[in-house]
Ligand binder design. Sequence first.
Ligand code: AMP
Ligand code: GLY
Length: 421
Amino acid sequence: MKVLVIGSGGREHAIVWKLAQSRVVDKIYCVPGNAGISDIAECVEVESKNLSSLLDFVKYEWIDLTVVGPEDPLAHGIVDIFEKDGRKIIGPTKAAAQLESSKVFAKDFMKRHKIPTADYKVFTSYTHAEEYIRLKGTPIVIKAEGLAAGKGVFVCQNYDEAIDALKLIMKEKIFGSAGDRVVIEECLQGKEVSYLVFTDGKHIIPMVTSKDHKRLLDKDEGPNTGGMGTFSPNPIITPELEKDIIENIIKPTIRGLKLEGIIYKGILYAGLMIINNKPYVLEFNCRFGDPETQVILPRLETDLVDIFMAIAEQRLNKVEIKWKADASLCVILASEGYPGKYKKGIPISGLDMVKGLEDVMVFHAGTKFNEEGQIVTNGGRVLGITALGKDIKEARQKAYNAVELINFQGMQYRKDIGLNI
Ligand code: AMP
Ligand code: GLY
């Protein structure tokens, strides 16, 4: 079987790595991929913004299954286009992907279906938004309505920060039309968890639990990022809490969409805040998390293709999914300046030393080969070093031992992933 994976991050490297172990996969393509992915898949440059070029590529190469990593192609309707042509593809349709692509849709949807989330209001007028912030006080959270590459959310501790965020979104338009509307919401304080499920629109299979570390710096200081590290399992999610999440968040979401005429197939990711042992939705994502996937897939024993085919054919209830008892932990190595501006093209040393280390996986994100054939940095998040261990402590030890072996100029990473759990 031939499989195509779309994307170029650590998440996609983890997906490709897992698919490469499948008993039924003969060939993997990745568009556009990265230096690490090119070890196990054929990386191809196809104008991925142009969805019909991707469909042409799939037809030309006789690809049997396409897996979409990032949210952008989903938000632009890649699944609708592929399914119309009878192609198997994993991910929700454009209508279903609105759960992530439109914060207003997601919040209004949660309100309609009584899914617990922070109180909010939507504004199109800067003046009204400013008045509301003055009225509500701080802390307060300001979100650009549309997709903003994970950067559209501002958790503001004081009035000045809130006004600065509002100006950036609504006046300076740093996210373009994604900032035409803002969602202003109550700041929830609790423990953050990531909860991901596979779903075929009828059945749900939870993945193992995980936790992301969104802030740039140790002790959860500094700006929000795409995620600086993860671990799995997340011990905060007790069996009772997990039941609550499934019954009061995941099932009502899939059911609510169905009631509105939308069948959600693919991966559903709920970013949750746990307050007094109760879950509240911070956001939905319509895809695998990055770097959650780098700790979830190494724990998966089942062939990922079996799961994907069952999603595509809406028979997920027929698949038995097995997970390893081991814990896993991932540390992201990022470029100096990330999540702001950063340089590219910096040589990375030590990759050979970590290759072959037992229970250690190096998932590439922003990397590429330079003209001399050296692997160099090519993005904000550069590498994700994942390790498996009998518990989080052991996984942490192994991951950080491997991190010590790698270096590039300006490399930054958190030292406290999985430390205070
Ligand atoms: P989102 O993209 O909506 O998940 O937001 C990114 C991050 O901002 C989340 O992972 C949280 O850390 C934080 N965040 C979002 N909404 C809230 C909220 N209502 N209260 C507190 N923190 C939030
Ligand atoms: N790690 C957060 C995300 O994938 O959105």
